[in-house]
Design a protein around this ligand. Structure first.
Ligand code: HEC
Ligand code: HEC
Ligand code: HEC
Ligand code: HEC
Length: 473
């Protein structure tokens, strides 16, 4: 994902819109982490990628992580990385350099040779390295992303399980300690005699985003169409694996209901696998929601929540169908997407449902604001209202489904926990509506069950927990 950061058409459109709305005063803020090399070489925020240096288009390239042993966490990536023209940098990594003073004699720890000066640092295996960029604070202190902070205050930090353990092992989202990683050559032993097999990490950094460009990386990797397609499928599999490793879901409902009664469905979602909130990071755009559908024997829907509108948006306040009144608001919607709130003149908080409007609003980012707050009606003091589930915690949703008097059983209940990296309406607001068909939904957990409809002797409410159905994978 890191090589894609500065190429993502979604990032570029977002940056452009935010710059436009802030009258340009936001400067290089947005490109800082997406191309640290570009910024360190003095490139500005507005130049198009065609005009950027080749090194800048590495996005988060090797030197972004391997050129320092000095922690910079929470600097929102304000630090210099070596750029072409700088003195030859020292490359830091988990291994000791061949000529490193005081290096242990153990060949599994010390490199035979390297084309650059290599030095060992523990910092490369620490979460603080990732915290450089995975806590995003705007110039006025607005905390936009907090993956690192959430991790640091959570159970995984206490257990010594860092970002690298879950994000650089063979299975995305499953913790691996460094000595559990497969051993392989870094360099070809035919070219470098005496090369040693070492623990190898994955640098894919599988995440919710994926390339929406047709052939990103194809030429660089020298792949033909067939292998490029296969790589795309492997990456998508790994993405699905990451999400399936993130959460478990438990569904409770009665085995049978009487017509005319109300059937309670209780769904609990546990963040069983993520080292930070679910979702984290870009949480104001990430959608993690429950889809609950109850149909009768003829297939007719009796109830639904978490289903999509005609533009494939959730039926929340951002849905055009809901705004036009052609679809009802999904009042029961369980969605862990964060929202932006802004402090009102009287010191109260108002929720701004459309994260986009809020984000595009210059106020949270700009000093000084290009328009006085009195005129825009958006006073400063915005913050993010997170709904994500902290590590190992559980959130529960309850649905009360009215069973019609003439319902024909058995009823079919399906529940899905779903993930989507971005909502379609955001792409429309960023002027890249044509990319909407590229949005993919991953089903993190699924559950299906039949419910009998009986008359008289059946009760509607579950009497004990043995009526519970569990959908844990
Ligand atoms: C986002 C940060 C990041 C970027 C970008 C990055 N690395 Fe790494 N790299 C790491 C971390 C962290 C480790 C140590 C992993 C461990 O041992 O747990 C590592 C380890 C390595 C190792 C040691 C062997 C191994 O497989 O772990 C090599 C070699 C390496 N990186 C090369 C590169 C090269 C070449 C690039 C650019 C193409 C690159 N890295 C880009 C973070 C990064
Ligand atoms: C120089 C800044 C920088 C550093 C350091 C960095 N990252 Fe990232 N990372 C980014 C950016 C920017 C993206 C967004 C790429 C995109 O989605 O287009 C990203 C994306 C990711 C993703 C994928 C998220 C997605 O949206 O798909 C994961 C996972 C990730 N990083 C983990 C790590 C870990 C673990 C480390 C530490 C070893 C690390 N990063 C270090 C900047 C950084
Ligand atoms: C215990 C394993 C674990 C640890 C530790 C962990 N992660 Fe994750 N991470 C996950 C899983 C599982 C997901 C997918 C679910 C999600 O999006 O929250 C994920 C998702 C992410 C994403 C994409 C989030 C989104 O929804 O946009 C980023 C970025 C990320 N992790 C960065 C980090 C960083 C940085 C650290 C260390 C500070 C870290 N992770 C520590 C397991 C872990
Ligand atoms: C401190 C580092 C940092 C800064 C500054 C930053 N970002 Fe990011 N950006 C990230 C990281 C890390 C991710 C991946 C987060 C995740 O997946 O949860 C990301 C992901 C994104 C994505 C999703 C990428 C995709 O391919 O869809 C967009 C869009 C984005 N950022 C836009 C922006 C905009 C606009 C700004 C300026 C307001 C900005 N970023 C400033 C680090 C940063």
């Amino acid at each position: 994902m890191h090589s894609y950061a500065q190429h993502s058409p979604i990032f570029l459109a977002f940056n452009k819109t935010v710059l436009k709305n802030s009258g340009g005063t936001l400067g290089t803020f947005c490109v800082r982490c997406h191309t640290p090399i570009g910024i360190s070489s003095g490139e500005t925020s507005i130049i198009v990628n065609d005009k950027r240096s080749e090194a800048a288009l590495d996005s988060v390239g090797c030197v972004s992580c391997h050129s320092t042993n000095q922690p910079n966490q929470e600097a929102s990536s304000v630090y210099h990385v070596p750029v072409p023209g700088d003195p030859e940098p020292i490359i830091y990594g988990p291994f000791y350099g061949s000529d490193e003073p005081g290096a242990p004699d153990d060949p599994s720890l010390r490199l035979i040779k390297s084309p650059h000066t290599s030095r060992h640092t523990d910092y490369i295996t620490q979460a603080r390295l990732c915290g450089n960029c995975h806590d995003v604070f705007s110039p006025d202190g607005f905390r936009i992303e907090e993956a690192f902070s959430e991790w640091r205050n959570g159970p995984y930090a206490r257990a010594g399980i860092s970002c690298q353990n879950c994000h650089m092992g063979p299975i995305p989202g499953k913790p691996f300690m460094q000595d559990q990683l497969a051993e392989n050559y870094i360099v070809d032993p035919n070219v470098v005699p005496g090369a040693y097999k070492r623990h190898r990490s994955s640098h894919r950094f599988t995440g919710p985003d994926y390339s929406v460009l047709l052939a990103f990386g194809k030429t660089d990797l020298g792949l033909d169409q067939a292998s490029f397609k296969q790589l795309g499928e492997t990456l998508e599999d790994q993405r699905t694996t990451l999400f399936r490793n993130a959460a478990t879901m438990q569904v409770k409902h009665p085995d049978a209901v009487t017509p005319g009664s109300t059937m309670p469905i209780v769904v609990s979602v546990t963040n069983s696998g993520a080292g930070h909130n679910l979702p984290t990071g870009f949480a104001a755009e990430r959608q993690v929601w429950l889809e609950v559908i109850v149909s009768d024997a003829s297939g007719q829907q009796l109830y639904s929540s978490g289903t999509l509108d005609s533009a494939k948006d959730l039926r929340d306040e951002d849905s055009e169908d809901v705004q036009k009144g052609t679809l009802a608001l999904d009042k029961d919607l369980f969605n862990l997407q964060a929202t932006f709130t802004s402090a009102g003149f009287r010191g109260t908080d108002a929720e701004s449902i459309s994260t986009v409007n809020r984000l595009l609003d210059p106020v949270p980012f700009v000093t000084p604001a290009t328009t006085p707050a009195l005129i825009t009606g958006y006073p400063p003091g915005g913050r993010i209202f997170k709904r994500g589930i902290p590590p190992l915690a559980t959130k529960t949703a309850r649905y009360d489904v009215k069973i019609p008097a003439n319902a024909h059983g058995p009823l079919q209940l399906t529940v899905r926990l779903r993930y989507r990296n971005l909502p379609p309406h955001l792409l429309k607001e960023l002027d890249i509506a044509d990319l909407r068909p590229k949005l993919r939904i991953v089903d993190m957990q699924e559950y299906e069950e039949k419910i009998q409809v009986g008359r008289g002797d059946l009760t509607a409410a579950p009497r004990s927990s043995d009526l519970a159905r569990t959908a844990a994978r």
